[in-house]
Design a protein. Structure first.
Length: 433
């Protein structure tokens, strides 16, 4: 009985790993693409589908559910598990096919020269942090006594509404289902406490919707890039800074929502202090986004680079402290000065960031194309009929106009080429003949 399941899993492992390579090897001639790189796109979709099926098979094997990998130790579908699973499948399939396509199509020295998006790496870090922090946040509620009356009322309502096999139980204030088959998709947006098990948890709903939008938008962008980009990829699609900040705020709200007590036994928490701690966490998350944007515009040689890197680390620690404060407000020995100290650090960091100069960063200077490369491009433009171009090694206005005209003639968009100027001119030197 076990042999067929092993055969199926082995088949999909091979499909995810070998099928993309086979597709790309069969179509190694760029002249057969006719303007659309469908072999690379099909290879990516094949890898993506095969990885999703492997996740489904793992869930069926371990939990007996199609979405079993999303079922946590409380026998509920976990939002943090859903998010980290989606990003793992999407990013692994994308990176694997991108590198594999370059290996099959180009020289080995350039195959791994792909510019990965640091915003995407940061977003995966947020997902991993939420996955780790979520159980830690719930453990605080599990240590507190729960409401027996809430469990009796909401447990019975949940039993009837979701047609569960057994009545749910509780660990402290945290609701626990007793059978993996009782997991329902509604768990992704319902409260996790005994007191709010029948209520839609808005931070969870917000995080679910934002995750769905970002994963879908980035997946479509990757698919379009694989189909229309240059023969050899030198970068993956960039994740917009606004989307990264939106995801960071939703992650903060998600973790903070797990820390806020909902039981009637926790009436000692002051609403105004909770609001202060939540506001401080959101301010720190917003400041971290600003610092990350400034850091991305700097190179290691920039005088501001080290200051921005240290400030970003301090801001991230401050954001985590602000989130943790909410779970500590009802402690008898809690000192309200802790909130003031966090707010003071955020104010100081914002004031320091506002006072920074806004002149050109070192990365902008390092990104400038060399005079030799510009001369090469200008000479080729002149040779193909752009007589207004002067071969002087300076990327002046006539040169830019001629480049745009030549790209239009060849049907190439500026976004298809590398965003950094020095790489952009290197590509132009190969394209303009």
């Amino acid at each position: 009985m076990k042999a067929p399941s092993y055969v199926i899993r082995t088949f999909f492992v091979l499909l995810a790993a070998a099928a993309p390579a086979a597709i790309l090897l069969c179509y190694r001639d760029s002249s057969a693409m006719a303007g659309f790189d469908w072999p690379r796109l099909v290879a990516w979709i094949t890898c993506l589908v095969a990885m999703l099926v492997l996740f489904i098979l793992a869930g069926l094997k371990i939990r007996g559910r199609v979405l079993g990998v999303l079922v946590d130790e409380r026998n509920r579908y976990s939002l943090s598990r859903l998010q980290i699973s989606l990003w793992t499948v999407l990013v692994l399939a994308t990176v694997y096919v991108a590198y594999l396509a370059n290996i099959v199509r180009g020289p080995a020295d350039d195959a791994l020269d792909i510019d990965l998006d640091y915003n995407l790496i940061a977003l995966m870090g947020f997902s991993l942090a939420s996955f780790v922090a979520a159980p830690m946040a719930l453990s605080r509620k599990a240590e507190k006594p729960g409401g027996e009356q809430d469990l009796a009322t909401n447990g019975q309502q949940l039993l009837d509404a979701q047609n569960l096999s057994t009545l749910p139980s509780a660990t402290g204030q945290v609701l626990v289902k007793n059978n993996p088959k009782d997991a329902r998709l509604a768990d992704l947006i319902r409260g996790e406490d005994v007191a709010n098990a029948m209520v839609v948890d808005l931070p969870r709903l917000q995080m679910l919707l934002i995750t769905a939008v970002i994963v879908f938008v980035y997946g479509v962008t990757v698919g379009h890039s694989f189909g229309t980009s240059t023969w050899l990829l030198d970068h993956l699609p960039k994740l917009n800074q606004t989307l990264l900040l939106l995801a960071l705020i939703s992650h903060s709200g998600y973790v903070v929502g797990k820390l806020i007590p909902t039981s009637a036994t926790s009436t000692s928490v002051l609403p105004q202090q909770t609001a202060r701690a939540l506001t401080a966490s959101q301010r720190a998350a917003s400041l971290a986004g600003d610092l990350q944007a400034r850091l991305n515009a700097c190179a290691p040689g920039d005088p501001l680079y080290d200051w921005l890197r240290r400030s970003l680390a301090l801001t991230q620690v401050t954001s985590a402290e602000a989130s943790a404060l909410i779970g500590q407000l009802d402690a008898p020995d809690f000192n309200l000065d802790a909130i003031s100290r966090v707010e003071g650090r955020i104010d100081a960091l914002q004031a320091s960031l506002s006072s920074l100069p806004t002149g050109p960063a070192a990365r902008q200077m390092l990104d400038a194309p060399s005079e030799e490369t510009v001369r090469k491009v200008q000479q080729r433009l002149y040779n193909v009929g752009h007589n207004e171009v002067t071969v002087n090694g300076i990327a002046d206005a006539p040169t830019e106009q001629a480049i745009r005209a030549e790209l239009v003639k060849q049907g190439i968009a500026r976004t298809d080429l590398h965003p950094r100027p020095y790489r952009y001119f290197e590509e132009l030197a190969h394209l303009i003949k």
